[in-house]
Design a protein around this ligand. Structure first.
Ligand code: MF3
Ligand code: CO
Ligand code: CO
Length: 257
C-alpha cells in the first residue's frame, strides 16, 4: 500500500477498472445534465444520480464522505462547488448549475463535473462556461508524460486569466484512484516547467473553478457550500484523466463524444 502522501502510479489492470468507474460517472453526469430544466429541484437530480449509480452496481462516492449527505454536488450561480442538494432548491431559467458526480465501481473512483445552463442563459454566463471548458481542455492537453504538474496548472490559469476571469485558489484538483482524493494536488494556477514530473500511470482529476469576478471564496454556514466572495458567477468542469504512452486519456468521457 503506497502512502497517500506520495504519488501512486496505476497499473494497466488498475487503469482498466478506472475506465469503468469513469464511464459510469460520465453516464450519470450526462443523465443528470439532461434532467436540468427550469423547475427541477437539486434533490431530484441527486435522487436520479444515486439510483443510476446503484443500478449500475456502483456506490455514490460522495455519500458519507466527511459527513456529506448526498450523491452529487449541485452548485448554482455564485456557488462554486459543494452545493448540497435540497428539496426546496429549485432551478430557474437563466441559472447555471455545476453538477459534480463521484462513482465508485470495482474499487476505483471516477470524478467528473460540468456546469449546465438552465434554459436560456445570458451571453455573459455562456462565455464563462466556455472559458472554463477551454481551461479544462488545455489542462488535459498538458497531462502528458515528461511534462510537469505546473504545466497543467499554468495552462488552466492562462486560459482563464487571459479572458479576464479569475481561478479559485482554495480548492484544487487531485490524484485519484482507490480514493477520490490522492496525491498530488493539482492547483488551477501555477507555473509551467515547475513541480513533479508526470509519468505514465498517473491519474488525476482536473477541475478548473473559474470566477467572473474575484478569485476569493467563502464557505457557507452549512460547512460545505463554497460561494464567491463578491457573489458573481462561477463555473466548474472536471474530468478524470490518465497519463498513458499514447498521451492523455479522459476516463470520464462518454463513448462517441
Ligand atoms: N468531487 C469533489 C471533487 O471534485 C469532491 C466532493 S466532496 C463531497 O473533488 F463531499 F462533496 F462529496
Ligand atoms: Co468532483
Ligand atoms: Co475532484
Amino acid at each position: 500500500m503506497g502512502s497517500t502522501r506520495q504519488i501512486e502510479l496505476k497499473s494497466p489492470a488498475d487503469l482498466e477498472r478506472m475506465r469503468r468507474a469513469g464511464q459510469l460517472a460520465a453516464q450519470v453526469l450526462d443523465a443528470v445534465g439532461r434532467a436540468v430544466v427550469p423547475g427541477v429541484t437539486t434533490k431530484e437530480l441527486d435522487r436520479l444520480a444515486e439510483k443510476f449509480i446503484r443500478d449500475a452496481g456502483g456506490v455514490p462516492t460522495f455519500l458519507g464522505y466527511r459527513g456529506y449527505t448526498a450523491s452529487i454536488c449541485a452548485s448554482i450561480n455564485e456557488e462554486v462547488v459543494h452545493g448540497i442538494p435540497h428539496p426546496k432548491r429549485v432551478l430557474r431559467e437563466g441559472d447555471i448549475v455545476g453538477i459534480d458526480v463521484g462513482a465508485t465501481l470495482g474499487g476505483f473512483v471516477g470524478d467528473t463535473a460540468a456546469t449546465f445552463p438552465v434554459g436560456r442563459i445570458s451571453l455573459e454566463a455562456e462565455k464563462l462556461l466556455q472559458t472554463t471548458r477551454d481551461a479544462l481542455t488545455e489542462g488535459i492537453a498538458a497531462t502528458r508524460a515528461g511534462n510537469r504538474l505546473g504545466d497543467i496548472s499554468g495552462a488552466m490559469q492562462r486560459v482563464a486569466e487571459s479572458r479576464g476571469y479569475a481561478v479559485v485558489r482554495d480548492f484544487v484538483g487531485h490524484g485519484i484512484g482507490r480514493n477520490m482524493h490522492e496525491e498530488p494536488s493539482v492547483p488551477n494556477y501555477g507555473t509551467a516547467g515547475t513541480g513533479p514530473r508526470l509519468d505514465v500511470g498517473l491519474v488525476v482529476a482536473l477541475e478548473p473553478m473559474v470566477n467572473a469576478g474575484t478569485w476569493r471564496v467563502q464557505v457557507l454556514k452549512d460547512g460545505w457550500t463554497v460561494v464567491t466572495e463578491d457573489n458573481r458567477l462561477s463555473a466548474h468542469f472536471e474530468h478524470t484523466v490518465a497519463v498513458t504512452e499514447g498521451g492523455p486519456e479522459i476516463l470520464t468521457c462518454l463513448p462517441n463524444s
